[in-house]
Design a protein around this ligand. Structure first.
Ligand code: UDX
Ligand code: ADP
Length: 474
């Protein structure tokens, strides 16, 4: 099968998807020059930082790859025009958050960054360019991109021969294990019409992915597969979270239930951990996209079915903040509560849609004083997420504020309760006997990630609640 020659790759968007993905491409495609560009100068400066500790995102193994490839065949720049001009293949990895206003608000994705990038490609590209959708996008976005690119072709003066092929190549990496997921993917999906373009991209993956794991589909199947994969994964989490509540009132143990059902090979044992609800940039956004799509095609029952997955996720977060308040004698006003973990899962500094945000906001609304510790999320990020700056840029008083703790001990000192919200490894090693002595009485632990030994901490004197485990009188 004939292919286009790929010597220069450009990736628009240097975020959680673009950065790690291009680092892995650079490692395996040494003869290709890869340029990652972004409008955010601070982000690009951080990617170029001489001290590898200051990379803009935290991801295990990423620093090693960046040290190996940066300024050899991997470059980070704000010079978008030049990067596009030289590229044979362009990956679109820009943000696509849920729209906040206008048509489809609250459900549809905001495609303004995708559209802006497509217009830049239309303007600056030269010769034949393969445009690859990497960001998670609503189904039929490729059509929008094609329209922008092909209309620009029509407007062009005679003699200017730009041409395009558009492919969908969704990213299935999971934050916290992004490099491993990219190095050893379960599958690589390439959707498109131009077989020559599909083979050009497949030919790059062949450098490290077994051929039988590279699937070719039509473009719409590729786009819909990404939304469906995320919807199915999120649905499993909402399902097990509903069962966690049932376990708490029946004295069944959700871990035992997960284990028992996961041994059924038809169900499988992954994504069955009950928790505070799913977070991250994809699950909610993708389900809402699916809901929007179904409503558009008048498949209202289907839309409602998937919407329930998101509703259950909200319900799980609400019930956790409520049970904290109820346990502390119905009020947390003025009480210090230690929050362990703010990122949406371990091994990432990403807080997008983190369940911690909603749960912390609820507790702040109830007047709690939160003392928040997370090994990778910084104070400014937490402040932004909790929106607790006043208009004059000063912090609210401690009634509805938080303390940023530098260590687990500092967070816990003089607190009434500990709320574990992220499953960071270091939380598994806490000496609870020592922590108990630092706290007010009665001392509570609320473990939303099932990481502690409840029997042991009870012996030290704690009152304990653990998701899907401890029978609990509200
Ligand atoms: C997800 C998909 O897994 C990935 O394929 C896609 O490309 C992007 O979206 P990500 O959001 O990075 O990846 O993380 P993931 O590991 O899927 O976890 C999402 C959320 O679900 C986290 O908040 C996590 O804590 C939660 N979760 C996951 C559970 O509560 N229980 C589980 O058993 C698994
Ligand atoms: P993701 O998790 O999908 O990677 P991020 O928000 O981490 O999302 O990254 C998306 C990046 O795309 C951001 O750094 C943003 O500045 C960048 N971006 C958005 N629009 C453009 C554009 N038109 N040109 C270049 N970069 C862009």
């Amino acid at each position: 099968m004939s292919k286009y020659k790929i010597k220069n790759i450009c990736c628009i968007g240097a975020g959680y998807v673009g950065g790690p993905t291009m680092a892995v491409f650079a490692e395996h495609c040494k003869d290709i020059k890869i340029t990652v560009c972004d409008i955010n100068k601070n982000r690009i400066d951080a990617w170029n930082s001489t001290d590898i500790k200051f990379l803009p995102i935290y991801e295990p193994e990423l620093d090693t790859l960046i040290s190996e490839c940066r300024n050899k065949n991997l470059f980070f720049t704000t010079d978008i025009k030049n990067s596009i001009e030289n590229a044979d293949m362009i990956f679109l990895s820009v943000n696509t958050p849920t729209k906040l206003k206008g048509v489809g608000a609250g459900k549809a994705s905001d495609l303004k960054w995708v559209e802006a990038s497509a217009r830049q490609i239309a303007e600056f590209s030269t010769g034949h360019t393969i445009v690859v959708e990497k960001s998670t996008l609503p189904v039929r976005t490729a059509k929008t991109i094609e329209e922008i690119l092909f209309n620009s072709q029509l407007n062009r003066s005679f003699g200017d021969s730009k041409t395009f092929s558009v492919l969908s190549n969704p990213e299935f990496l999971s934050e916290g294990s992004a490099i491993k997921d990219l190095q050893f993917p379960d599958r690589v999906l390439i959707g498109g019409q131009d077989h020559k373009a599909i083979e050009s991209l497949a030919n790059l993956y062949i450098n490290w992915v077994p051929r039988n794991k590279i699937l070719r589909t039509n473009i719409w199947s590729s786009e819909l597969s990404k939304l469906t994969a995320n919807a199915f994964l999120a649905q499993r989490i909402s399902s097990i979270n509903t069962i966690s509540a049932l376990c708490e009132v029946t004295e069944a143990d959700v871990k035992q239930v997960s284990n028992a059902i996961g041994l059924d090979s038809r169900i499988g044992n992954k994504f069955l951990e009950a928790g505070p609800g799913f977070g991250g940039s994809c699950f909610q956004k993708d389900i809402l996209n699916l809901v929007y799509l179904c409503e558009y095609y008048n498949l209202n029952e289907v839309a409602k079915y998937w919407e329930q997955v998101v509703k259950i996720n909200e319900w799980q977060k609400n019930r956790i903040s409520k049970l904290v308040v109820n346990s502390l004698f119905g009020t947390v006003s003025g009480k210090k509560i230690a929050i362990l973990g703010f990122s949406f899962k371990a091994n990432t500094n990403d807080t997008r849609n983190s369940p911690s945000i909603k749960i912390c906001k609820d507790l702040l609304d109830e007047g709690a004083v939160l003392s928040i510790y997370d090994p990778k999320v910084d104070e400014v990020q937490i402040e932004n997420d909790l929106n607790i700056l006043n208009f004059d840029n000063s912090l609210n008083n401690s009634q509805d504020s938080f303390i940023y703790a530098d260590s687990i001990e500092q967070a816990i000192q003089d607190s009434h309760a500990i709320l574990i919200l992220t499953e960071w490894k270091e939380f598994y090693k806490i000496n609870w006997q020592i922590m108990f002595k630092k706290m007010k009485r009665p001392a509570w632990i609320f473990d939303t990630r099932s990481i502690i030994d409840t029997k042991e901490v009870e012996r030290f004197g704690f009152n304990v609640w653990q998701v899907g485990n401890k029978s609990f009188d509200n």
